[in-house]
Design a protein around this ligand. Structure first.
Ligand SMILES: *[C@@H]1O[C@H](CO)[C@@H](O)[C@H](O)[C@H]1NC(C)=O
Length: 143
């Protein structure tokens, strides 16, 4: 039991999900100017993996922007240019993943101490990468 609790504690420390904008945040009419940049992501209605992103001064101004669905902490420029961010709903809405083999490298939050150099892990496809809560974004191909 103790080991389980410790394991759970460690796992929850490692979870750095992208954060979904709430309906309230989307309706915000004014935002403060505090500078805590986030990478706001707009997502295609039919495909969570088709995205466009931009840096905003804070989460309020990101979420108040039409079309922005969720955000990742920090500037977009801090992530690889071709990074596709995992939509926060993927793990809850997706029951499972197809076995389609199209390898991607899923990246964890940089604050996690990575045992492997690049903070990444190979997955057989984008769904199996993003369904893991600890994966923030992926790049096509092997790590
Ligand atoms: C991912 O797979 C490639 C090709 O098999 C391998 O060279 C690489 O070391 C793997 N990377 C990780 C982080 O497991």
């Amino acid at each position: 039991m103790k080991t389980l609790l410790i394991t759970l504690a460690i796992i929850s420390l490692c979870v750095a999900e992208n954060i979904k904008c709430t309906e309230q945040q989307k309706k915000a009419e004014a935002c403060t100017y505090e500078y805590e940049p986030v990478c706001g992501v707009q997502v295609d209605q039919d495909n969570f993996y088709i995205q466009s992103k931009a840096t905003y001064g804070n989460k309020c101004s990101a979420c108040a922007t039409e079309g922005v669905e969720f955000y990742a902490v920090g500037k977009c420029e801090g992530y690889p240019e071709n990074a596709v961010f995992c939509h926060p709903d993927i793990s809850s809405q997706q029951q499972g993943c197809t076995r389609e083999y199209q390898p991607v490298c899923g990246y964890f939050d940089e604050s996690i101490k990575c045992r492997k150099a690049a903070c990444g892990s190979n997955y057989s496809n984008k769904c199996s990468a993003c369904i893991n809560k600890e994966v923030n974004y992926y790049l096509n191909g092997f790590c």
